[in-house]
Write a protein that binds this ligand. Sequence first.
Ligand SMILES: [Zn+2]
Length: 284
Amino acid sequence: MPELPEVEVLVRHLAPLLKGKTIRGVEVRRARVIRPTSEQQFKRVLVGARFKELTRRGKYLLFALQSPGRRPAVSLLGHLGMTGRMYLQPAGAPFARHVAVVLRLGGTNFVFEDTRYFGRLTLDVKALSALGPEPFSDGFEVEGFFQALKRSAQPIKVKLLDQSLVAGVGNIYASEALFRAGVSPRLTARRLSAVQVERLWCSVREVLAEAIQFGSTVPLDWEGTGRQDRLFYYGQADGPRASYEERLRVYDRRGQPCGRCKTPIKRIVQAARSTFYCPRCQKT
Ligand SMILES: [Zn+2]
C-alpha cells in the first residue's frame, strides 16, 4: 500500500511530464473513483484545463490546473488507495483492464488505474483539511508532537497512523520508525517520555527520507504490472523491490533475526493491522 515516500516519488516523476499539458478529453470508466464529483462536473471542469503544478500532501497527490476563464486554479485530488497507479502512456496504446480514469493530453494519455477502486481522483479536496503537519515541514515540531501524544490513550503504533497527528505515515513506516526509536508499539501514546518522543520524531523523518531517497535512485517502471502489494510495487521486476525490502528492518520480517540483537522479529495485530517489532530492542 503506497505511503508518503511512494507518493512523493510518483509526484516527482509525474510533475515535469504533466506541466503545461492541456486536457483535451476525459474518460471516466469507473465513476466510483471520482466521487463525490459527478462525471458531468468532472468533465466540464477538466476538459480544456492545463496542468500547472503537481504537489504532494500526506498520501495525496494535488494537481493544480488552470481552466480557461476560471480563476483561481482548479484543484484535482488524487489518492492511490491500496492498489492505484498513475502513469502516462502513448495515446494509441491499449488500456489495462482496471483503468478507472483517462485524461487525454494529445500525444499521451494520463492513466489512473486501480484494481480495487479504493483510490480517488476527484475535484473534492475536503480530505486535505483533516491532515496534520507534513513530516518535513516546520509545522511538524517536537513539542506539538509531544502534546498531541499526551492527549492519546491509544497504543503509539495505532496513534502514528492517525493522519491528523502527522500526515503520510502508514503501516509500514510506523513499524520502522518505532524500531529505530527503540519504542514498543504497544506503549500507550501518552506514556512516552520526552526522550522517546524526540527519538520517534527523528525516526519518522529518517525512515521517510531514506525511502524517498531510495525510490528516487532506483529505476522504476511506471507502467509496471503491479503484481504485488508492496513498497514501490509499481517498480520494475524483482531487483529494486527485493533490495528495498532488505532495507526494511522489521516490517514483514516475522521470525527473522533483529539486525541489532538477533532476537526474532515479532508480529502482532493492532487495530486490525500488522505490527512488526523486536521484543528486545523495543521493550518500553
Ligand atoms: Zn533487537
